[in-house]
Design a protein around this ligand. Structure first.
Ligand SMILES: [Fe+2]
Length: 275
């Protein structure tokens, strides 16, 4: 397993790409963001040496976590102790990392183990400030429970965690909710911003339009699944009728946890919950 770091900067925001390679192929990439002495997310455990250099370079004092997944929290416990720094997250994320995040063997193999951490819970009414910036948590579940985006109103920056990723996506984790993500996307689009600092695919210009594209895609997708479901079709039939394609490499590698059919199943699950 090899790791690499790349640096970027946009209007005062320093951001870093952390990738993991296996057999020469990039198998996972995540970004972290630095505003003054504040770091948003902490990359994978296997990129510890690289994030440590970033943290020292910027003399990081505060850490904000978007959500508990291992590519965002792989070094939070380490950085809190080594710097030292204080870390903040949604109460659910705090709970997960305090009691110990139960990772799948595959996630551990790709990213490395996430250690326990004692972070501070913050609410949407709280703000975290640095010399030049003021960040507000925006509760945006759907990708997972406890997901926060962070909004910097004065500069029109939105740090969107895993809520964007791309205009159109093909695969879902088994516990994601597409309809909840639609509500979260609407909540984000009500904010005034242009730079979308997505944790996997930052769009520093025109970010709001890209998020609107994502919302449109999800609404179209959910509309089609809902119509076919009410016509009595099952998830496998809906999958075929919508001409969706499975990536069997992902499906096998993740033991069925990351599939295209999960997107269909997610909508059906939410329809059933509403009944
Ligand atoms: Fe995630």
């Amino acid at each position: 397993m090899a790791v690499r770091r790349f640096n970027y900067e946009f209007n005062g925001v320093h951001y870093y790409r952390f990738s993991i390679y296996s057999l020469g192929n990039n198998i996972q990439t995540v970004y972290t963001f630095v505003l003054d002495d504040l770091l948003i997310d902490t990359a994978q455990r296997f990129n510890r040496d690289n994030i440590w250099k970033v943290a020292q370079e910027h003399q990081i004092q505060k850490i904000l976590i978007t959500h508990y997944h291992e590519d965002h929290t792989g070094n939070v416990g380490f950085l809190m102790q080594a710097l030292p720094a204080e870390a903040y997250a949604h109460p659910y994320t705090v709970k997960i990392l305090k009691r110990g995040y139960k990772m799948s063997p595959l996630s551990k193999m790709i990213s490395g183990k996430v250690e326990d951490a004692s972070m501070h819970p913050i609410l949407e009414t709280d703000t975290i400030t640095t010399k030049n910036y003021c960040l507000q948590p925006i509760y945006t579940p759907g990708h997972c429970e406890g997901h926060y985006c962070y909004y910097e109103k004065n500069n029109g920056y939105l740090f969107s965690g895993d809520l964007f990723v791309a205009d159109k996506i093909k695969y879902f984790g088994s516990d994601e909710s597409l309809l909840t993500q639609i509500e979260s996307l609407k909540k984000m689009l009500a904010l005034d911003f242009d730079a979308l600092f997505c944790s996997h695919n930052p769009k520093v210009e025109g970010g709001k339009k890209r998020l609107q594209n994502k919302l449109q895609f999800f609404e179209d997708f959910a509309g089609k699944v809902t119509r076919l479901y009410h016509e009595g079709k099952k998830s496998k039939e809906i999958f075929a009728l919508m001409h969706l394609k499975e990536n069997y490499y992902y499906k096998v590698l993740t033991a069925g946890n990351f599939t295209s059919e999960n997107m269909v199943k997610s909508v059906i699950r939410d329809i059933k919950k509403k009944k």
